[in-house]
Write a new protein. Structure first.
Length: 332
């Protein structure tokens, strides 16, 4: 017996990605009579909606919803509430998926009796240059993204604490609730933590993958990581639980504090500045040797080093700003 699935896709101003993304969704091998596709548009102004409407004219499975709040968790919840499928699959417009993506997810979810399953997420870029190739390399490396198996890969099925773009049993949302609409970021991670808290099972399956197209310029790359770092801290505050985010997400903050605190203490005793210098020297040497290993034709060691530095410092300072922001919110 075929399982009905509901695909939920939040989007806003994604004209560069929406066409290729929707092509990969429509070309999937899952029977069209057993699927519905909800695209929740956050009042796009760049032509995204026009492309979606053209796809809708040719594909009766597509339904368009309008997200006046323009936030991702609100869009996801709109889609879930409208869905009639037994499984909810959450997708991102920056991705591409293989033809057997939905069928493999559903087969794995049923075989594993999983509450949520997800796949390996390979990082790629549209335009290849020294900078963008370096970003791709860093976001696929353990020193760049920690022990996130969905980014660095896995050779076996693993039970994990979170997956990207999950395939959820619809009944899970009745048990743990919908996405937290207060969270501009990390809503997937926080929801998965709630699932694990009630004894739910989340699995990463390695036999299929999605391709995620990363930001290719340093400024958007830094802004994105700064915001993610900040929202790691705000997620704890807004969810009122310390375990809403895994420890690995705070390593960049610990790194920044190991430099900033000794620098501050050096006002009283100059010897503290040696600690900051030591941390920086060890860090630079470490990323230099990793960059040597990652370097390939089309990029450079300097570009890879720069990318590591931008990633770690923007992420870490974002978390530091998040601490001050919580202090401000608490006083209010």
């Amino acid at each position: 017996m075929m399982i009905k699935i509901s695909i939920v896709i939040p989007c806003r101003n994604e004209v560069k990605y929406i066409f290729d993304f929707l092509n990969s969704v429509i070309e999937n091998d899952y029977p069209k009579e057993y699927m519905e596709i909800f695209i929740i548009d956050g009042e796009s102004t760049d032509g995204t909606l026009k492309i979606i409407e053209e796809f809708k004219r040719r594909n009766s499975t597509i339904k368009i919803l309008f997200n006046k709040k323009k936030t991702v968790p609100y869009a996801l919840n709109m889609g879930i509430k409208a869905a009639s499928g037994d499984y909810i699959i959450r997708l991102d417009v920056h991705t591409r998926i293989p033809q057997n993506y939905f069928s493999e997810l559903i087969n794995s979810a049923q075989n594993l009796n999983a509450d949520n399953v997800g796949t390996i997420c390979l990082t790629d870029i549209k335009n290849k240059n020294s900078r963008s190739i370096a970003i791709k390399k860093v976001l696929s490396n353990q020193f760049g993204v920690g022990n996130s198996y969905f980014r660095i890969g896995s050779d076996r099925i693993r039970e994990v604490d979170t997956v990207p773009f999950g395939c959820f049993k619809k009944e899970v949302f009745e048990k743990v609730g919908l996405f937290n609409e207060n969270l501009e970021r990390n809503q997937d991670i926080e929801l998965n933590k709630r699932i694990k808290r009630v004894g739910g099972a989340i699995f990463l399956i390695p036999n299929i993958y999605s391709i995620y197209f990363a930001r290719e310029e340093y400024l958007p790359f830094a802004k994105n990581n700064f915001a993610t770092g900040m929202w790691n801290i705000l997620t704890i505050y807004l969810s009122k639980r310390m375990d809403s985010i895994s420890l690995r997400h705070f390593i960049p903050l610990i790194f920044i504090l190991s430099i900033v605190i000794p620098l501050f203490l050096s006002i009283y005793n100059l010897t503290f500045i040696l600690i900051s210098f030591f941390v920086i020297i060890v860090y630079v040497l470490f990323i230099f040797f990793i960059s040597l290993k990652l370097n390939e034709k089309g990029t450079s060691i300097l570009s890879i080093i720069m990318t590591f530095v931008i990633l770690h410092f923007s992420y870490g300072f974002g978390s530091l700003v998040g601490i001050f922001k919580i202090n401000f919110l608490f006083k209010q």
